[in-house]
Design a protein around this ligand. Structure first.
Ligand code: RIB
Length: 290
């Protein structure tokens, strides 16, 4: 059993501000730091740091070598990552005094995934393997369908939410991991319980994990529910908390943990992540989480 994460790699330009910019406003940032990030890269790192053998597939531009190196140092197999003529994906992230963020995303090389590359990547995987996906690269529906035909299980973190997700073949997803904003996008309900119930009815054989930030998380499958409290932390920067949770939850499940233990592991890891600045840089190793 192997894990393939087909996902984004971004250069994160992180600006500290006292409060987020308003329309028309100009103001100085307190600091700027450049980090490795991207929901794909972060989730690969989280799974690998949790102890899983992870292959990352995705594309970077000429300035993206440090992103690949970050994955390599985190013990992720990077042999499937390809170069693009496009610049690497990047983000402009504001982090405010409460550690909250808002993220402007430029897709770049992440949007340069083509069908021949998808076929090349998937040729190394088969039944029993897992495919992990987010919503920051091109051709996600094609990757989903081809992977399912080859017998892979699909883990989908539909983040960031965009309306185009509604046209994806979501019925073939085995495990969804999503937050309140994404759940509301799919269902129209801002109430997390209503949103989760609606999703569980729509996808009765899929596992669904709804993350609720400081309010914890709820797992659902059909009419079953398991709740998880969040661990308290001194919040410095919430960037990549969801990615850390996703990666550690998948790692727990793949290792054969019961759902409640996988949720607990993921919550511990996410609490450590929010206590540190940056995305990839803030993801803890397994020893620390335990
Ligand atoms: O989830 C956090 C990530 O979202 C950041 O690293 C940024 O690159 C965006 O993709």
């Amino acid at each position: 059993m192997r894990i393939l994460n087909f996902g984004s790699l971004n250069i994160d330009y992180v600006y500290r501000v006292d409060a987020f910019l308003k329309p028309g406003e100009t103001k100085p940032a307190q600091s700027r730091v450049v980090f490795a990030g991207g929901k794909g890269l972060n989730q690969s790192l989280a799974m690998a740091k949790a102890g899983l053998p992870v292959f990352h597939a995705g594309k970077v531009g000429s300035e993206g070598d440090f992103l690949v190196e970050t994955l390599r140092q985190g013990r992720v197999d990077t042999s499937l990552i390809a170069r693009s003529e496009q610049p690497s994906g990047h983000t402009i992230i504001q982090v405010d005094d409460q550690g909250r963020n808002c993220i402007l995303l430029f897709g770049g090389a992440n949007q340069d995934i083509d069908e021949s590359y998808v076929d090349h990547v998937l040729s190394s995987f088969g039944p029993g393997d897992y495919l992990v996906l987010q919503n920051e690269i091109s051709l996600v529906p094609t990757i989903m369908k081809k992977a399912k035909m080859k017998g892979l299980s699909i883990v989908m973190n539909p983040s960031p939410y965009t309306k185009v997700l509604l046209s994806y073949p979501l019925e073939i997803v085995d495990i969804f991991i999503l937050n309140e904003i994404e759940a509301e996008g799919f269902t129209g309900y801002s109430d997390p319980h209503k949103a989760l119930n609606t999703l569980a009815q729509r996808f009765p054989v899929s596992q669904i994990v709804l993350t609720l930030g400081e309010k914890g998380a709820i797992w659902a499958r059909d009419s079953e529910r398991i709740e998880q409290q969040a661990y308290s932390a001194q919040v410095v920067d919430t960037t990549a908390a969801g990615d850390t949770f996703s990666g550690y939850f998948v790692a727990g499940l793949v290792e054969g943990y019961p759902v409640s233990k996988a949720l607990d592991l993921a919550s511990r890891a996410a609490a450590i992540c929010v206590s540190r600045p940056g995305a990839a840089a803030s993801i803890p190793w397994r020893e620390e989480v335990h």
